[in-house]
Design a protein around this ligand. Structure first.
Ligand code: BGC
Length: 717
């Protein structure tokens, strides 16, 4: 799709010197002081710079960052366009991960919404805000499938399922890039981290990975395939190695698979200084070798290591790198600069943004993302009586925004205490812990409450890049707090503000209700309070399994059977489990309660069998269910369809998500939901990456989470 610009690209390319071409492949870090700024201006004038990343440090997501500098970057652009010989505009990148000034839910929470429409709408708001601050390009979405919540970066991804991840990828890219990438409100997106970074061993960040081709093609690649099909402009090569091969020096991953099999036409940027780090990884002797390895593998732009800037020219002159390879990389960068409209509109003009509208979208997205994990009738709260509030997250603001928030404003995010008080209204008396974080006398008035609501969870500081944890259990002090609250004989609700599925088995028995509110951005607290009071009906479903304890990791729903048979799936057979812990998860993938109740009818299908040749020609099964809202509230249900390919040449997972629909159903009403399941759903990838469609029996499950037993069997003959 970006090749359509190649005529113009080639005209520009023909006029460039080798030095100017290499300049297009060089992304530098934003200057941190006046001297650096002068040097940057000189480089730009000489045509040595193609892009600037607006980040002050290598772990921008966790270090405080300077705000964006619109005027200074307009000046850099002026020098590039008006004073450099090539006149090619710069492309400015920044990590606009899940929000800019207005912050949306962390991506993991956003996936829990199971709602591509709100996802796209939210990322459109994010793009508008960031584009107005002279940002052209974001390093998002992150598409790393991950089954290890110890890894701090699970927060930035979409959980454990490739089908859901693919739908989220499409929606996020559509939101960022809009219908037209050249629109002044659009950002070029970047699918990252290509490839396999989410499999970092032991959840230790930047660690090695061991990924079979089977897992690679069936789990790790699909969201990248979907991103490319959705027109993502750029892809980031990841830090990690796969089976000993760093991705950044891998022709197999960057050229043969990404461009060959997936058809990617945009450009590949490395992760931070990843080219020079090939030396640390021990596959290159020096940075000259690493520049050669990376460009020959298929990297187009070197993020901040300046290795391309310093080494490529002499590598070409000595014949070690062909100029054709350089031309091809420049071509890809120019395609995106043209597609982004930078030649027509290089500068950022001041404009008004409707922040109120974005905050409203943020609240809606947050409410869609929150997952009600437990409710024994305590929720929604009654609009009367006395509610006691305590817990370490009660007054938190910055924490609720989540990690990777470079420009978000914590002061406009209400704390849970503030939001709860304002949503509660006058009928409710609120008493609080008065700021005490320990169990002391200040909590004595809690004896007089009707319900205790605890604001629990973890700080954003233990999530994100280089912030892994060895133990995902909720802290002991929070368990003690819940135990104490329960010992008063009060109904107790836990609201969890977190960036990963915490292990809750120790605290769960003391809580009558648990709302997983995640770190949902600016409107986290208000959305959570509105759900607690029933102003909104919870409708999120978890995109990741909640283990009972850290030792169960990895536990994920889309696994194959163990040798003992189907019932051993997901830890359900004792012999496949542990002696000291149940094998099942605390909450399975796709799980989430509502205040209302949905009955899903038996599945019907238009056919019992279809010949394989017809499936290959596009024929599909149409599965249908009726979903009745038989409860007391209007509410949304996410109806999920899973398949099990019962006999196949390679073992297939017992459940695989292949469709979902989120529908609002009024109380007393019934909705009919249909799913078309055909060739893109029934096949899988073999070890060489070939897509295989085979004859056989398929169990099809439709229900409200991955453990549904509502099933029908069809055949491909
Ligand atoms: C992270 C990337 C990020 C880049 C630029 C790296 O350390 O891994 O996700 O986009 O820095 O800030």
């Amino acid at each position: 799709m970006y090749k359509e610009f190649d005529k113009r690209v080639d005209e520009i390319l023909a006029k460039l010197t080798l030095k100017q071409k290499i300049g297009q492949l060089n992304q530098i870090q934003q200057p941190l002081n006046v001297e650096q700024a002068e040097l940057v201006k000189k480089w730009i004038k000489e045509g040595l710079v193609g892009s600037i990343i607006q980040a002050g440090t290598s772990t921008a997501g966790n270090d405080g960052q300077d705000g964006v500098r619109v005027d200074e970057f307009n000046e850099f652009q002026r020098i590039a366009v008006e004073e450099s010989d090539s006149g090619i505009p710069l492309i400015f990148g920044r990590d606009v991960i899940h929000g800019h000034h207005t912050v949306m839910p962390i991506p993991l929470a956003g996936a829990a919404a199971f709602n591509p429409e709100i996802t796209e709408k939210a990322y459109r708001c994010v793009a508008k805000e960031a584009a107005a601050d002279n940002i052209h390009w974001t390093f998002s979405p992150m598409m790393d499938i991950c089954t290890d919540p110890r890894w701090g970066r699970m927060v930035e991804g979409v959980g454990e399922d490739p089908y859901l991840a693919s739908r989220v990828a499409e929606a996020t890219i559509k939101g960022f890039q809009g219908d037209d990438l050249s629109d002044e409100n659009s950002l070029a997106a970047c699918a990252k981290h290509y490839l396999g970074y989410g499999f970092s061993e032991g959840g230790r960040d930047y660690h090695r990975t061991e990924i079979s081709d089977y897992t690679l093609y069936n789990k790790v690649l699909p969201p990248f395939r979907a991103s490319v099909a959705a027109g993502v402009a750029t892809v980031m090569s990841s830090f990690n190695d796969i089976n000993g091969q760093p991705v950044t020096s891998s022709k197999k991953y960057l050229t043969d698979i990404l461009r060959g099999k997936l058809g990617f036409e945009g450009f590949v940027v490395t992760d931070w200084a990843t080219v020079s780090r090939l030396v640390n990884q021990g596959v290159c002797e020096n940075v000259r070798d690493s520049a050669k390895a990376a460009i020959n593998a298929g990297v187009d732009m070197d993020m901040v290591s300046k290795t391309f800037m310093n080494e490529l020219e002499s590598l070409v002159l000595s014949g070690e790198v062909s100029e054709d390879i350089i031309d091809e990389a420049v071509r890809r960068v120019l395609r995106i600069k043209i597609a982004k409209g930078l030649f027509e509109r290089p500068y950022c003009a001041e404009r008004e943004i409707d922040m109120q509208e974005h905050i409203a979208v943020s609240r809606e997205f947050a409410a869609e993302s929150m997952v009600l994990l437990k409710n024994n009738g305590v929720l929604p709260l009654k609009n009367e009586g006395t509610v006691a509030l305590a817990g370490p997250m009660l007054r938190a603001k910055r924490e609720l925004l989540g990690t990777w928030v470079l420009d978000g404003k914590a002061d406009i995010a209400p704390s849970f205490l503030e939001a709860f008080s304002s949503v509660a209204g006058e009928n409710i008396k609120i008493i609080t812990d008065k700021g005490s974080t320990v169990l002391d006398d200040s909590l004595a008035p809690f004896y007089n409450s009707d319900v205790i609501v605890l604001a629990l969870g973890e700080s954003h500081e233990v999530t994100g890049e280089a912030r892994s944890v060895a133990d995902i259990s909720i802290s002991k002090s929070q368990v003690e707090l819940a135990k104490w609250a329960k010992s008063l004989g009060k109904k107790t609700v836990g609201v969890l503000f977190c960036g990963r599925p915490l292990a809750l088995s120790e605290i769960e028995p003391y809580l009558d209700g648990i709302l997983c509110a995640w770190h949902c951005g600016t409107e986290t607290a208000t959305a959570a309070a509105e759900i607690l009071f029933g102003d909104r009906v919870p409708c999120g479903k978890t995109p990741v399994t909640f283990p009972r304890c850290t030792g169960q990791i990895p536990i994920y729903y889309n696994s194959t059977v163990a040798i003992t048979g189907v019932c051993s799936y997901y830890g359900q057979a004792a012999e496949r489990s542990y002696c000291d812990m149940l094998g099942t998860p605390l909450y399975p993938f796709g799980f989430g309660l509502s205040y209302t109740k949905f009955n899903i009818s038996a599945i019907s299908c238009n056919k019992t069998e279809i010949p394989l040749a017809d499936i290959k020609n596009g024929e599909s099964f149409v599965f249908s269910v009726d979903v009745a809202n038989v409860g007391e509230f209007d509410g949304k249900e996410t109806v999920q369809l899973y398949i099990h390919d019962k006999i196949s040449s390679i073992m297939r997972p017992v459940r695989e998500l292949k469709g979902f629909k989120k529908v609002l159903i009024k109380k007393g009403e019934t909705a009919n939901i249909e799913f078309n399941i055909g060739k893109t759903h029934l096949g899988f990838y073999g070890n060489n990456g070939e897509y295989l469609l085979e004859k056989g029996e398929f169990d099809i499950f439709v229900g409200g989470n991955c453990l549904t037993n509502n099933k029908i069997t069809v055949k491909v003959i």
